[in-house]
Design a protein around this ligand. Structure first.
Ligand code: NAD
Ligand code: MG
Length: 392
């Protein structure tokens, strides 16, 4: 019998974490769980750690350490808390690590996992957006295998099937267009957080759901694709496809286009990264194209969704700009979810943070984190006065 493969999940209590653990739980004998991590729900984390017989559970926010320890008492699962504990967990060197913390908070743990030189399944796109050059350097120097979980990037990876990028004309990144695909700017000015998190096709965490509504998600994915598949951003196009059936496409230089299709269920790309280079059975619903009946496509509208233009500019500028874009967006999305600013303010804040920044090109992760902090502070200074106008 084969020895079980060791796995760790960063962001185990989230949406991607749940989909990953669903697959692991169905094939329990094949995996040995080393570490599971969460941020602010020690009870949920403890329950998952006990159910999946993890060696270690880490809660990022240290205020929850005592609650986690109490919830794990007598279970045999070790409890830990804080950033250092997250890094130590990443350095346990699992054969396969899921990087599914949301936001730039995942940067250091994801990088620590990459530095172990094993396989890292990457959902945490914000870390690659913020520190893509340094992260890809770490992949090369550690010999790690980085597998994209984001459905579009996973689709591109599958369509490329190891082909050389010199054979490729274009990468076509599909986008659902989000819940406000057909709304005017005037209508978007009045939407609530509840309306914005209601994605038409995918069930996801709150932050990425808002990013889908502003289409910043696609902007972040453009930059993500530029690092994973370095073909030049001018060779990566965005195509709106409201049904989310085609997850992305690769057009080769002979004009043959390959697409990857599937139901909108993140367990499909996660299963691909878990079994790679083989395949595993998944509990997902097979695609029924006759019932779906038609697939539609539209050109994205950068006037109604300026996040697309800003992200392309930040990606092309490189240096600290993608980190500034991401950090300002994270801060503004959190403020929108807290009802401190309006929906259109999110991207207005990102734009102002980008145009006001003139710092150096980051040479280290410390430099990236400095740029991230600078952008968050700048965004917070804009959010204060906007808050008063939302309340008025
Ligand atoms: P989520 O909000 O459901 O879960 C986020 C996880 O990160 C939770 O476990 C949470 O406890 C943890 N976390 C939050 N803040 C943290 C912090 N400061 N430090 C440490 N841990 C923290 O989010 P999600 O939808 O699962 O998304 C996770 C990542 O995967 C994001 O980067 C997202 O863009 C990406 N992604 C998600 C989907 C999806 O369908 N949900 C699809 C593609 C990519
Ligand atoms: Mg995606």
């Amino acid at each position: 019998m084969k020895a079980p493969r060791t796995i760790s999940i960063f962001g185990a209590t989230g949406s991607i974490g749940a989909s990953t653990l669903d697959l692991i739980g169905r094939n329990a004998g094949e995996y040995e769980v080393l570490a599971l991590t969460g941020n602010s729900d020690p009870q949920a984390l403890a329950q998952l750690a006990i159910e999946h017989r993890a060696q270690l559970a880490v809660v990022a926010d240290e205020v929850h350490y005592d609650a986690l320890k109490a919830a794990l008492a007598g279970s045999g699962v070790e409890a830990a808390a804080g950033l250092q504990a997250l890094l130590d967990a990443a350095r346990m060197g699992a054969d396969w690590t899921m990087a599914a913390i949301v936001g730039c908070a995942g940067l250091e743990p994801t990088l620590a996992a990459i530095e172990c030189g094993k396989t890292v399944a990457l959902a945490n796109k914000e870390s690659l957006v913020s520190a893509g050059d340094l992260m890809m350097d770490a992949v090369r120097s550690s010999g790690a295998t980085l597998l994209p979980v984001d459905s579009e990037h996973n689709a591109i990876f599958q369509c490329l099937a190891g082909a050389d990028l010199s054979e490729v004309n274009r990468i076509i990144l599909t986008a659902s267009g989000g819940p406000f695909r057909t709304k005017s700017r005037e209508e978007m000015a009045r939407v609530t957080p509840e309306e914005a998190v209601r994605h038409p096709n995918w069930s996801m965490g709150a932050k990425i759901s808002i990013d889908s509504a502003t289409m910043m998600n696609k902007g972040l994915e453009l930059i993500e694709a530029g690092h994973l598949f370095p073909i030049g951003l001018d060779h990566i196009e965005i195509l709106v496809h409201p049904q989310s059936v085609i997850h992305s496409m690769v057009e080769y230089r002979d004009c043959s286009t390959l697409a990857q299709l599937g139901s909108p269920d993140m367990r499909i790309p996660i299963a691909h990264t878990l079994a790679w280079p083989q395949r595993m059975a998944s509990p997902c619903t097979p695609l029924d194209l006759a019932t779906i009946g038609r697939l539609d496509f539209e050109t994205p509208d950068e006037d109604r969704f300026p996040a697309l233009r800003l992200a392309r500019q930040a990606g092309e500028a490189g240096g600290a700009m993608p980190a500034i874009l991401n950090a300002a967006n994270e801060q503004a999305v959190a403020a929108f979810l807290d009802r401190r600013i309006g929906f259109l303010d999110i991207i207005a804040i990102v734009e102002r943070c980008l145009s006001g920044y003139s710092g150096p090109r980051p040479a280290t992760i410390g430099d990236v984190l400095d740029a991230d902090r600078t952008a968050r502070d700048a965004a917070d200074r804009m959010i204060g006065p906007m808050m008063e106008s939302v309340r008025a």
